[in-house]
Design a protein around this ligand. Structure first.
Ligand code: ZN
Length: 310
């Protein structure tokens, strides 16, 4: 199941206890998923399409509870969704429907469509959260935890996108507005803002998944960094050894190792017989053992002799 679907299912199970918040959530859902139709003179009907069964059920039960109406709920194959099921709600045209549509803030008092967030619906702090929850259930998308962080809510009008951005910032969550051809979206590419938003909306399982994945990712990066730095160390050791072997051969082919002071000849011979050893290991092969830095200085002296030779 897509992560977005899981998040929406989880949000569909969150039921605010206050009527004002249910109303705000429903308003957002209708705003994002609904379409108004003129079904006759002064007869407005409302039709919504949802890909998510749990979300459609929630809208159905809110409508019944708040407005005591029973919309028609139909499952249809939507060509738009490549033949997947689509859950449609129909609220038939009539005076009552027009009143509901107005109360939900979809139409203003002169029956003009409201393009942005109706201010009276989100005035209360609690209702703003509910509105964002409805908006996410209606048009939200969030990338899987292991993918690059992306969360967005797609809407039809820039007024709505800007409204959602401002509403989110009221709760300390930063989002941006993007305009595509005929659509708009508010989005965030910050995992921490996404986690804050989903926690605010009550999707705690989703937050846990995002965060545990972030922890795993961080651990993996740390291990990779360590492996890389050890690989780099190893490469440095091998390169240094290659250089030392080269110097020793230059001396051997030139003045000869026999002409070297005994301390240098000793280290040169040890290096030749242990080409892959680290400086510390070379020091341990000597009797008495030498420190890493003493080995380094002896090899440096050989280097100077070699470069004087060539
Ligand atoms: Zn409220």
């Amino acid at each position: 199941m897509a992560f977005t679907t899981e998040v929406k299912d989880e949000l569909a199970r969150v039921t605010p206890s206050r009527r004002c918040c249910r109303m705000a959530e429903l308003s957002a859902l209708f705003h994002l998923e609904g379409a108004l139709h003129l079904s006759g003179p002064h007869r407005l009907s409302l039709h919504t399409e949802s890909e998510n069964a749990a979300v459609a059920r929630k809208m159905f039960s809110y409508l019944r509870e708040i407005f005591i109406v029973s919309p028609e709920l139909r499952v249809e194959k939507a060509p738009r969704l490549r033949g997947h099921n689509c859950y449609c709600l129909y609220l038939e045209g009539g005076e009552r429907s027009t009143q509901i549509i107005n109360e939900l803030g979809l139409l203003d008092d002169s029956l003009r469509p409201v393009l942005g967030i109706p201010a009276r619906i989100t005035r209360r702090y609690c209702c703003g959260i509910a509105y964002l929850r409805g908006a996410f259930m209606g048009g939200g998308y969030v990338s899987r935890p292991e993918q690059p962080a992306h969360l967005e809510i797609n809407v039809q009008h820039s007024e709505m996108a800007e409204g959602l951005r401002d509403l989110a910032s009221r709760y300390g969550i930063e989002m941006n507005v993007a305009r595509k051809k005929s659509l708009c979206s508010v989005y965030s590419k910050s995992r921490s803002d996404q986690a804050d938003l989903l926690a605010l909306l009550g999707a705690y399982d989703a937050v846990l998944r995002l965060q545990s994945d972030a922890v795993v990712r961080e651990l993996r990066e740390r291990v990779n960094r360590r492996v890389n730095s050890e690989t780099a160390n190893l490469e440095r050791t091998v390169n240094a050894a290659q250089r030392q072997l080269h110097d020793i051969r230059v001396v051997a082919e030139g003045p000869g190792l026999a002409g070297l002071p005994p301390a240098l000849r000793e280290i040169a011979e040890i290096r030749l017989s242990h080409p892959e050893a680290s400086l510390q290991e070379l020091g341990e092969y000597l009797q008495p053992p030498l420190s890493k830095s003493a080995v380094y200085h002896r090899l440096l002296r050989i280097r100077r002799i070699a470069s004087g030779t060539s």
